[in-house]
Design a protein around this ligand. Structure first.
Ligand code: PMP
Length: 281
């Protein structure tokens, strides 16, 4: 892992206990897919990183090309062919005090990478996943990819304990916002793809954005609007998107099967074709 200027073995890779990421979850992160040893859609991830940092007024600790070099180096040193690379930037190390530290305190930078089991991921996708619904209880700025993920941790654990893979947050108006670590999609019986518009109420997923661009080429229709769990259960297909899962079919919501309970045709096609539209570096 890369930790503030040094490459370290994972077991020695640690941060100071007064790091504001540790004390206050005062930091942001990105996760990119690695495929064939290359990083997928890195420029878009770095663009979102800049958004998260600027919304929290954390300085960019180095130029983006330098961050990119470090991320590639960590992938190379870990010999990851298929997996993920993780980047975290926090407001740095300072004596514990809620207000920002002096401007001279440099942000902390951590990068790690690990392999994922490709066959296992493909097998999960072949069967499709179950989701549960869960009351939206996050702050109103989830467009910022902050490391403050306690509500997401609890939602994911609730899903696991219910024998499901993901939790879909449902807002006070009864509409799905997104998953605890993914964006939520449905496909209507007319073949229209529906996903919520990227406002402050969801994280603007990179996989979501790449897929939206791809839909035009694939001559599929998109509606960016909220949908209810009821509409999702009655939909023709459903899926989630995230960098570590790409397009993952959803076959059951709150114990109710979607259509015939197997991954949908369009969903499978989107999963197969996604990387034609991705940028590798
Ligand atoms: N929403 C949330 C809350 C997430 O944590 C993630 C994945 N980090 C996503 C959506 C999907 O984003 P991306 O496609 O950029 O991985």
């Amino acid at each position: 892992a890369y930790v503030n200027g040094c490459y370290k073995n994972m077991r020695d890779a640690s941060v100071n206990i007064e790091d504001r990421g540790f004390q206050f979850a005062d930091g942001v992160y990105e996760v990119c897919e690695i495929r064939g040893g290359r990083i997928v859609d890195l420029p878009r991830h770095l663009g979102r990183l800049q958004h998260s940092l600027s919304e929290l007024r954390i300085a960019l600790p180095m130029a983006l090309p330098a961050l990119s070099v470090i991320m590639h180096e960590v992938v190379r040193r870990n010999r990851v062919n298929y997996g993920i690379v993780y980047l975290q930037i926090t407001r740095g190390v300072a004596r514990r005090d809620h207000g920002f530290p002096a401007a001279s305190v440099p942000p902390s930078v951590v990068v790690s990478a690990r392999s994922l089991n490709f066959a296992k991921n493909q097998n999960t996708a072949a069967h499709g996943i179950k989701v549960i619904t869960y009351p939206e209880n996050r702050w109103p700025r989830v467009d910022i990819k902050s490391v403050a993920l306690l509500p997401n941790v609890l939602a994911k654990q609730a899903a696991r304990e219910a024998g499901a893979y993901e939790a879909w947050y449902v807002d006070v108006d009864g509409f799905v916002t997104e998953g605890s670590s993914s964006n939520a999609w449905i496909i209507t019986h007319d073949g229209v793809l529906v996903t919520r518009a990227a406002t402050d109420a969801i994280l603007s997923g990179i996989t979501r954005a790449v897929l939206i661009d791809a839909l035009a080429t694939m001559q599929l229709t998109l509606e960016q609007r909220p949908f209810t769990p009821q509409e999702a259960i009655q939909a023709a297909e459903a899926f989630v998107t995230a960098s570590s899962q790409i397009v993952m079919p959803v076959v059951m919501i709150d114990g109710k099967a979607i259509a015939d309970g197997i991954p949908g045709r369009i969903t499978r096609k989107l999963r197969e074709e996604f990387h034609r539209f991705a940028l590798f570096s």
